[in-house]
Design a protein around this ligand. Structure first.
Ligand SMILES: [Zn+2]
Ligand SMILES: [Zn+2]
Length: 136
């Protein structure tokens, strides 16, 4: 069974027919601004991600020299993070409809986290910045 999800208005649908990576929380400044809190994201191989966007609502914002962020231009949902040239697409975990069976495994960019919340206890693996082999 593929994992299915959508943006808030339903205009953009996503179906992943393959494994999803464990969830990583990113507390960097960009992710905080983009979501209003922090990013919790999984990832999948791009080839196994089927997008449905019949109204051409998906827009990409280039947030850095090496990555861009996909969002719905109608409802504003934050959906994807894409590193240039990567074979994986990072997908925000909250957009999935059903149970994903996923667990959160790491916190990255904790040096940039907001001061108004605490990280979970017992703590997950934490990285000051992007961890070795750990990125969105
Ligand atoms: Zn939408
Ligand atoms: Zn981030």
């Amino acid at each position: 069974m593929p994992d299915t999800g959508s943006c808030l208005c339903g205009g953009i649908g996503v179906e992943v027919d393959g494994p999803l990576r464990a969830v990583i929380n990113c507390h960097c400044r960009q992710c905080r601004k983009w979501t209003g809190h922090h990013v919790a994201a999984t990832a999948a191989r791009k080839q196994q991600v089927n997008l449905s966007d019949p109204e051409n609502l998906l827009r990409w914002y280039r947030s850095s020299e090496s990555a861009q962020r996909g969002f719905c231009s109608r409802c504003g949902s934050s959906l994807f993070w894409q590193r240039d040239g990567a074979e994986t697409l990072t997908i925000l975990a909250g957009i999935f409809d059903g149970p994903t069976g996923l667990e959160t495994e790491a916190e990255i960019y904790v040096k940039d986290k907001g001061d108004y919340y605490t990280l979970r206890h017992p703590p997950l693996v934490q990285y000051e910045e992007s961890g070795h082999n750990v990125s969105l």
